[in-house]
Ligand binder design. Structure first.
Ligand code: PBG
Length: 310
């Protein structure tokens, strides 16, 4: 690849409680969940390779979960702890955090459920925004540079922007998971983060794969609401959406090369169908060609290694 790829990559991390814990994710060969101390150790390798952007996902223990995802806003929670540790240990690091309660709720949905509505999955917008705002504030207080609301709750970007500004965190930026599709490609992530819904699915709040218009509308809405970067997710099956967004907006565009896309590549490597480097590089080239500026990818460390070696 011609231009330097390492500057365009965001490395995702799954953070667990405890000490000296490294727990490999079976569905994502090569990726593990780390306790904060082990994350620091692992990240020093990525840092040496030039990776400067990370995004953190909390995997709290089941005993912390409740119907609202209360633990997500706790200042002593795993993500606030991880942010403080990383920011005090590494310089010039951009720490982003995922803002969604699906790993924190006992039902595994991305918001607080509206019980009045009976069967089906209905999210109570006001209560959900309250939780997301609390989580974003806890992360900002702990030193996060970017917060990335991914719950697909109506108005999440505006609500978080307002709350951050009011609390004096004007410098904390927002990456909107604006065009987040209801995708089967998230399977391995839900296993990694124990965030699969215990009933129903996410189709009432994530975008229908057939729908391009809603994705474009959401992107515009989030930019208007104060998002500094926006995202299309997943990447590979939605390259056309990336291109259409790119042609319409000026803010930086992030593509999320999600867990299922990663797992497919790895499965093919294990089966001997292809070699890892050419297929991963071709995928990154395709995502950049479609118009993404930045890619969140589980291949980040590997890509940085290849680039350094070449
Ligand atoms: C949280 C969230 C998900 C992913 C990122 N943030 C899961 C989901 O929406 O079910 C998926 C990322 C991946 O598959 O790598 N809502």
């Amino acid at each position: 690849m011609r231009s330097k790829i390492v500057d365009k990559l965001i490395l995702p991390y799954f953070v667990i409680e405890g000490k000296k814990k490294v727990s490999p994710i079976v569905s994502m060969p090569g990726i593990s969940r780390f306790s904060v101390d082990m994350l620091l150790r692992d990240f020093s390798k990525a840092y040496a390779l030039g990776i400067r952007m990370i995004i953190l996902f909390g995997v709290p223990s089941p005993r912390t979960k409740d119907a609202r995802g209360t633990y997500s806003a706790c200042l002593e929670g795993i993500i606030p702890q991880a942010i403080r540790a990383i920011k005090s240990r590494f310089k010039d690091i951009v720490v982003m955090t995922d803002i969604c309660v699906c790993a924190y709720t006992d039902h595994g949905h991305c918001g607080v459920l509206d019980k009045e509505c009976g069967v089906g999955v209905f999210i109570d917008r006001d209560q959900t925004l309250e939780m997301l705002v609390g989580m974003a504030l806890a992360h900002a207080r702990s030193g996060a540079d970017w917060v990335a609301p991914s719950a697909m709750a109506e108005g999440q970007v505006v609500a978080i922007r307002r709350a951050l500004d009011r609390a004096g965190y004007q410098k904390v930026k927002i990456l909107g998971y604006s065009a987040k599709y209801a995708s089967a490609f998230y399977g391995p992530f839900r296993d990694a983060a124990s965030s699969a819904p215990s009933f129903g699915d996410r189709r009432s709040y994530q975008i229908d794969p057939e729908d391009t218009q809603r994705a474009l509308r959401k992107i515009k809405e989030d930019i208007k609401g104060g998002a500094d970067m926006v995202m299309v997710k997943p990447a590979l099956a939605y390259l056309d959406v990336i291109r259409q967004v790119r042609d319409r907006i000026k803010v930086p565009l992030v593509a999320y090369n999600v867990s299922g896309e990663y797992a497919m590549v790895k499965a093919g490597v294990t089966a001997g169908y292809w070699k890892e480097r050419p297929i991963v590089e071709e995928i990154m080239t395709a995502i950049l060609r479609a118009g993404a500026d930045i890619i969140i990818t589980y291949h980040a460390v590997q890509l940085a290694q290849w680039e350094k070696r070449q």
